[in-house]
Design a binder for this molecule. Structure first.
Ligand code: GLC
Length: 418
């Protein structure tokens, strides 16, 4: 982290988000938020009064594989089309709307409204976008249509949105953490420690830093924990040799790690009588939601869900197979919990706050039955004496984007006055 923030070689990007403050309760008016990161794109209208959300309208748009892997302009044209559809269906066509854009991919930020894509992650890999500014591409697509009056004021990451939303729920929040399809964290850093700062400083005391810890280990520093199973998962992934840490821990990969282990156990003739089904041999067939269900069985001392999953995958099994698969799911989940806790504890030590709230969101965190309790245990063990709590801050990537647009508007007015 220290190397990253000083712009020295590091697999932690430690990106400046240029967000120097949290909501202060003065946020007022209508804001649009866009949320792109998974297979669902969302457009959200937020109405804020005294910093509180009084009305919210949301529409989901599915992003198919042809858009996620196809030409970048087409993807952004589709996003603009969704904005236009949303604005029209809510009779907002003539209204000037400030917009916050949650673009949950690693970006180099040159300001609050400039985000140059470093690499795609998760399920996206559109050629010709890496190295380009996502805000500029969005503005151009919106202008090509010319049928709305939205003003893109800020681009942010889902962790940032989660921190911001967490701060509304609990003022002690200084860390935002995502454990979903991908994994990442951000935190409030002292501004004087941050080297990369383009444009003028305005006496900022602090600023949110997007760690991009999904890429931790891309320089080889985490190879010592890499197993043959991890190597297989990486080989089958959309972008290989990239996002090492994320591939050890996040929802897009946990199920696949389990599947690869199960296949090896079948090959060794210690599972399913040495016979795998075609489904089990199919990449992606054992989802992370299956891992959560098997873990729930372990917690409940049941085997109902696990048997159902085996039936779905066309496997013949006996009680020993259930015990083995439960053990594999536990081991892989526990490693993820431990790895995330090591990074979170290190962050807590760095922050040196007397009492810290960590805002967390993401499907893995929400649906895994014992990730949270393991994290509480491990973080306590690894950052002894640090007072903290994990707070579920749901939909930070949506609500947070609206709040960041409001903060951006406030900063714009303040800086133009000075
Ligand atoms: C990936 C993205 C990161 C995002 C995370 C969680 O790691 O690179 O920006 O925060 O997924 O969605």
């Amino acid at each position: 982290m220290e190397r990253g923030i000083h712009e020295q070689p590091s697999s932690l990007q430690m990106e400046n988000t240029y967000i120097p403050e949290l909501p202060d309760g003065t946020e007022e008016g209508m804001f649009l938020a866009l949320d792109l990161g998974g297979t669902n794109f969302r457009v959200i209208l937020l109405e804020l009064s005294n910093g509180a959300l009084i009305r919210e309208k949301v529409k989901h748009y599915h992003i198919g594989e042809e858009l996620r892997l196809g030409c970048g302009e087409r993807l952004f044209d589709f996003l603009a089309e969704c904005v236009s559809d949303f604005v029209r269906s809510h009779d907002l066509t003539g209204i000037r709307l400030p917009l916050g854009f949650t673009f949950s991919f690693p970006m180099i930020q040159k300001g609050l409204d400039v985000g140059i894509l470093v690499t795609w992650t998760k399920s996206f890999n559109c050629p010709s976008v890496v190295g380009r500014d996502a805000v500029q591409m969005l503005r151009e697509a919106i202008n090509r249509r010319g049928d709305t009056h939205v003003e893109v004021l800020a681009v942010l990451n889902d962790t940032t949105g989660t921190l911001i939303q967490g701060a509304v729920l609990d003022r002690r929040t200084v860390i935002g953490l995502i454990l979903g399809t991908g994994s990442n964290a951000c935190y409030m850093e002292r501004a004087d420690r941050v080297q990369h700062w383009e444009g003028q400083r305005h006496g900022e005391k602090q600023v949110i830093i997007d760690i991009e810890w999904g890429a931790f280990g891309d320089n080889g520093v985490l190879d010592f924990i890499k197993t043959d199973y991890d190597r297989k998962v990486d080989d089958n992934s959309l972008i290989t040799n990239s996002f090492t840490f994320e591939k050890y821990i996040s929802g897009k990969y946990l199920g696949e790690i389990v599947r690869v282990i199960l296949v090896k156990l079948v090959e060794d003739c210690v599972l399913f009588g040495g016979t795998a089904s075609d489904m089990l041999l199919t990449s992606g067939a054992f989802t992370t939601s299956f891992v959560s269900l098997v873990e729930q069985d372990t917690v409940d001392d049941s085997c109902d869900s696990t048997s159902e999953i085996f039936d779905k995958l066309g496997l013949s099994y006996d009680p020993d197979d259930i015990t083995i698969v439960k053990y594999v799911c536990e081991t892989v989940s526990n490693r993820a919990a431990l790895l995330v806790s090591i990074c979170t504890a290190t962050l807590l030590e760095r922050l040196d706050c007397p009492d810290t709230t960590i805002a967390v969101d993401g499907s893995l965190y929400k649906y895994h039955p014992r990730l949270k309790s393991w994290m509480n245990k491990y973080i306590r063990l690894l950052a002894p004496g640090k007072k903290f709590r994990l707070l579920l801050a749901e939909d930070g990537s949506g609500k947070g984007a609206g709040l960041v647009a409001a903060i951006a508007l406030r900063l714009k007015q303040r800086f133009s006055d000075t």
